[in-house]
Design a protein. Structure first.
Ligand code: HEM
Length: 503
């Protein structure tokens, strides 16, 4: 009897949850709402499609329903919009905000106390610090630290392989780890990184677990801390490394100022030790989770397209004389590497499912450029799917996926290059964008100067397939992906070092 009752309750609950969006439509809809596309899967809605291929899935819905439609995902209504001009105009509306969305996102993702991320005043100061200390003179300091760290990692690795000269590794693991240390050196300083290099468990492994826990928590996976016990233990271990940062120990101005803010008399009551560690760890996560995998794809594309690699080598020779390798980290020099920049933008364009989001803080209406209207309910998330534009055949040719390494280099007497959106837009555009592109440039320049790399598991057919479409993993969702399941070994490499003074 009890089991029948339980089964009945479960069926009733699942039915209610799968019909909830339709029931809400009856009571809460506002005028001019875009078409709602229903999924009967409760809570996660179209989550599976989004994990597999968001670009293909959202692209097919735009093709069918036009520039705007609504889907249900993780118990929220997501209003997709592919009209860039209208989105940019909508950003100016005081009815839309990123703050609440961002704060909820962080509280969920990190399992920190809500008060540590929901104080609006504190949040604004923090974002200002990010925008201020990731540019200008501070950017040169960050770049130099990235350069120093990459050189140190390469030399350490080169020392280990001196005897047999050639080593094998997975490209994404090798450069992912190098960039993690480089990003950490930029933000937290050399002694922090030296300590991490020498402490077990391995910092890179803990970072990967932090990223996994971030995703599980964002999606509120039930019983996650029991089902993924070791992941959450490792997250705690990772967070502890940031919980009591020593100040004035070589950290960046960004980390110095955020740490002082968290511990200031005005705000310290909002934080536990775990909250502070988790938020500091998140600064590193923001700095590396996209930069590292996207750098790796940029390197993969260069290895797959010898003409692009040759052009970049030539550019480096012309712009950075071999006698002055320190110029590699100066932002003015890096800004002159236009071909390399174009290669990086082209690689990111081909894989990154860029979105920009704002949440409606009250019921509102957006007027589009074509004079149509879009009604939003309070709590709706308006999402601009920039990647739709990145694959528009009218802008990028009949085969928009094709890799054209110099696509973004301005050419005389040729039509202007279409703009792409890699780092969001408006006042919340990514503050780390200059540093991220500089880091990727420094990595590629150092690889070209100091490494010989070859894929070991890729046939010519595999290479051709990768040139047509990279096997990108979209399931990470909160970060950029590496190769999708079953493809990682294709990116195993053998490599050796050259031109190093190993004193
Ligand atoms: C290739 C690497 C990167 C990509 C593709 C990327 C992309 C983005 C995107 C799309 C946004 C949202 C913008 C919007 O809402 O319109 C964003 C925001 C942000 N990014 Fe990045 N990012 C990268 C690297 C970095 C780095 C290196 C840092 C710094 C350590 C960073 C810190 C942030 C922060 C703090 C925000 C929130 C900004 C705000 O709300 O005002 N990102 N990023």
């Amino acid at each position: 009897m009890l089991s029948i009752l339980l089964a009945f309750i479960v069926i009733a609950l699942v039915t209610y949850l799968s019909l909830k969006p339709l029931i809400n439509n009856l009571f809460y809809s506002v005028p001019h709402e875009p078409e709602y596309i229903h999924s009967y899967i409760p809570y996660i809605g179209f989550g599976f499609e989004m994990f597999k291929d968001p670009i293909g899935f959202i692209g097919s819905l735009h093709a069918k329903y036009g520039k705007a439609f609504v889907i249900y995902l993780t118990s929220k209504r997501w209003v997709y919009l592919s009209d860039e001009q209208t989105y940019l105009k909508a950003l100016k509306s005081s009815d839309l905000s990123i703050d609440k969305f961002f704060m909820d996102f962080l509280a969920n993702a990190l399992d920190v106390s809500r008060q540590s991320v929901t104080d609006e005043g504190l949040h604004h100061i923090q974002m200002k610090q990010f925008h201020r200390y990731l540019a200008g003179d501070d950017l040169n300091i960050l770049n130099k630290r990235v350069y120093d760290s990459l050189i140190e990692s390469m030399k350490l690795d080169a020392k280990i392989i001196q005897d047999d000269q050639i080593k094998t590794a997975n490209l994404f693991d090798l450069f992912g780890e190098l960039l993690l240390y480089a990003g950490a050196e930029g933000l937290y300083g050399h002694s922090f990184v030296t300590e991490q290099r020498n402490t077990s468990p391995n910092f890179f492994k803990l970072f990967q677990e932090f990223e996994q826990a971030f995703k599980l928590s964002v999606f509120r996976i039930p019983f996650r801390s029991i089902l993924y016990k070791s992941t959450f233990q490792n997250r705690l271990e990772f967070v502890k490394r940031f919980s009591s940062l020593q100040l004035n120990n070589g950290e960046s101005k960004l980390i110095n100022s955020t740490e002082k803010l968290y511990r200031s008399d005005k705000y310290k009551h909002l934080f536990t030790q775990y909250d502070i560690g988790a938020l500091q760890a998140t600064a590193l996560f923001a700095g590396v989770a996209n930069t590292a995998p996207l750098s790796c794809w940029a390197v993969v594309d260069l290895l797959l397209h010898p003409e692009a690699l040759e052009a970049v080598k030539q550019e480096l020779k012309e712009k950075i004389p071999s006698s002055s390798s320190e110029l590699i980290y100066e932002k003015e020099t890096l800004a002159n590497l236009k071909i390399l920049e174009s290669c990086i933008h082209e690689s990111i364009r081909r894989v990154f499912n860029i979105i920009s989001v704002r949440e409606a803080i009250r019921n509102t209406t957006i007027e589009c450029f074509d004079k149509t209207k879009i009604g939003l309910r309070k709590g709706d998330v308006l999402i601009y799917s920039g990647f739709i534009k990145h694959f528009d055949p009218n802008l990028f040719g009949p085969n928009p996926y094709e890799y054209e390494y110099d696509r973004f280099v301005k050419k005389i007497n040729q039509p202007t290059v279409p703009s792409i959106m890699l780092f969001g837009c408006g006042t919340h555009m990514c503050p780390g964008r200059f540093w991220a592109i500089n880091e990727i440039k420094i990595l590629v320049a150092l690889i070209i100067q100091h490494m010989d790399i070859q894929f070991i598991n890729m046939t010519e057919k595999d290479k051709d397939e990768c040139r047509k479409k990279l096997p990108y993993d979209y399931s990470k969702f909160v970060a950029s992906g590496g190769p999708k399941k079953g493809y990682k070994h294709k990116f195993d490499i053998k490599y050796s070092y050259k031109n190093f003074d190993m004193e």
